[in-house]
Design a binder for this molecule. Structure first.
Ligand code: ZN
Length: 260
């Protein structure tokens, strides 16, 4: 079993105090995560602190201690009303935009990172929202990996290796081979999201032996493209369409004490 720990929404105006809580815990367990850096963040939800002037040095410092850097979108703005191919949420920075627009966004993001001395061939999209053109645009810009998708094994698409991220949060570790545990440290100040820190604590304390660095995680062999695409579609259908109905039915049955 391999578990990847991923932190999203790293930008100059993030909540640095919350992120420090995360890095302190990661240091304690000597875990090196994948972190998603937003090249030119324009998302008002992430405008939490005054821009840190030393942000890019800070990122390079994390890289020097073994963290892996991914590019997380371009500006983290949801300016398309498409859902993307694996999410059910309307609003995307990439999905629905024409290929040339997506190529341009990814190029601009990559140029900013490289201007600051950060080189990466790993990408993941804001809100897990992407489409076929996103993969083509990544290939066009020399990206080799994406951390997203709902397949149960990695697969190659237009030369980009899609590493699955089925849970889009901290997963319950059971019997699967691959898990991506996703955290948003800036949300931990919210009463309804403070459990995220406890989830990280519990994941690290119980499963640190299975937590691997990106290079190890990304070496997992690819599955068959067609089978993995079908697997991904089925999983999305179950999670987004079927499961909500089943949960509703179960709740109704519980009301009548038929199912407890
Ligand atoms: Zn994000």
């Amino acid at each position: 079993m391999k578990i990847l720990v991923r932190f999203d929404d790293i930008c100059p105006t993030m909540d640095f105090a919350q992120f420090k809580r995360a890095t302190d815990l990661l240091d304690k367990y000597e875990v090196k995560p994948l972190i998603g850096v937003i090249p030119d963040c324009k998302d008002p939800d992430l405008d939490i602190e005054k821009p840190h002037e030393d942000f890019w040095e800070f990122v390079k410092g994390l890289q020097a201690k073994g963290y892996t850097i991914a590019m997380h979108g371009y500006q983290h703005v949801f300016n398309s009303d498409h859902k993307g191919i694996v999410t059910n949420r309307i609003g995307s920075e990439f999905a629905g935009h024409p290929l040339n627009v997506q190529i341009e966004k990814i190029k601009k993001g990559k140029d900013i990172l490289e201007f600051h001395g950060i080189y990466t061939d790993i990408f993941f999209a804001p809100a897990h929202s992407y489409d076929e053109n996103t993969i083509k645009a990544l290939a066009e810009n020399g990206f080799n990996y994406m951390s997203d998708g709902k397949s149960n094994a990695p697969y190659m698409w237009f030369g980009v290796k899609l590493m699955p991220d089925r849970n889009s949060g901290c997963p319950r570790i059971r019997h699967s081979n691959l898990y991506t545990a996703v955290f948003h440290a800036h949300e931990w100040v919210r009463p309804d999201k403070e459990y995220g820190y406890r989830e990280l604590q519990s994941l690290l304390s119980q499963h640190s032996a299975n937590i691997v660095v990106w290079n190890d995680f990304a070496q997992v062999s690819c599955g068959n493209f067609t089978l993995q695409r079908i697997n991904e579609r089925c999983y999305c259908f179950y999670e987004q369409k079927l499961k909500p109905v089943l949960v509703k039915i179960k709740r109704e049955l519980e009301k009548f004490s038929i199912w407890k």
